[in-house]
Design a binder for this molecule. Structure first.
Ligand code: CMX
Ligand code: CO
Length: 152
């Protein structure tokens, strides 16, 4: 078996796993769990009102050149937000995965051209000034999927 990319399929530009998003009811408690259980530290914390989240990014591995991998802990700022609705339906747990790209608009256009619904007509502001789009979970095997072009 070869791991070489299949050139019959156009390259999506997605090169790595940037983060796994986890829905929690209490951000501070979740941060403390990951700190005391695994030793992961918060690298960045912010409120993103457009996405309706208070969030913390915990670096798992990698370096400052844009290659690091994170856990994104997400507490809703309001019950009718995506994470608020998810918690109501499912309780706490894995909410989404995010693939990294150097050009999120180009990657979204590529993937969208293959019949996957891109939820954002234009990239929105994500963590720490990154640019993000989401793909519909129903077109991705039940996995809410984010594409992210980070400034890190
Ligand atoms: N993972 C998998 N499936 C999900 C899901 C998730 N996180 N969230 C919703 N779904 C499924 C539901 O189970 C439901 O399935 P059924 O139709 O089989 O019951 C379906 O999608 C519709 O769910 P809903 O509760 O009615 O929610 P909406 O359609 O209103 O919204 C979605 C779903 C994905 C369009 C919305 O959550 C969204 O736009 N998400 C993107 C934005 C986001 O999640 N922001 C927070 C993170 C910010 C960040 O990472 O920076
Ligand atoms: Co995310």
């Amino acid at each position: 078996m070869s791991n070489a990319p299949d050139r019959a399929v156009p390259f999506s530009g997605l090169t790595r796993l940037d983060h796994v998003g986890i829905a929690c009811r209490d951000l501070d408690a979740a941060v403390e769990f990951y700190r005391s259980t695994y030793g992961f530290e918060v690298e960045h914390e912010e409120v993103n009102e457009e996405q309706g989240v208070r969030e913390a990014m915990l670096r798992i591995n990698g370096t400052d050149d844009g290659g690091a991998t994170y856990l994104q802990l997400l507490e809703p700022t309001r019950p009718d937000s995506p994470v608020g609705k998810f918690l109501e339906r499912n309780g706490e747990g894995v909410h989404h995965i995010a693939f990294g790209t150097g050009d999120v608009a180009a990657s979204a256009a590529e993937v969208g051209g293959r019949g996957v619904r891109v939820l954002d007509a234009a990239p929105r502001r994500g963590t720490a000034g990154s640019q993000i789009v989401f793909l519909h979970p129903k077109d991705c095997g039940g996995v809410l999927t984010e594409l992210v072009q980070s400034t890190r």
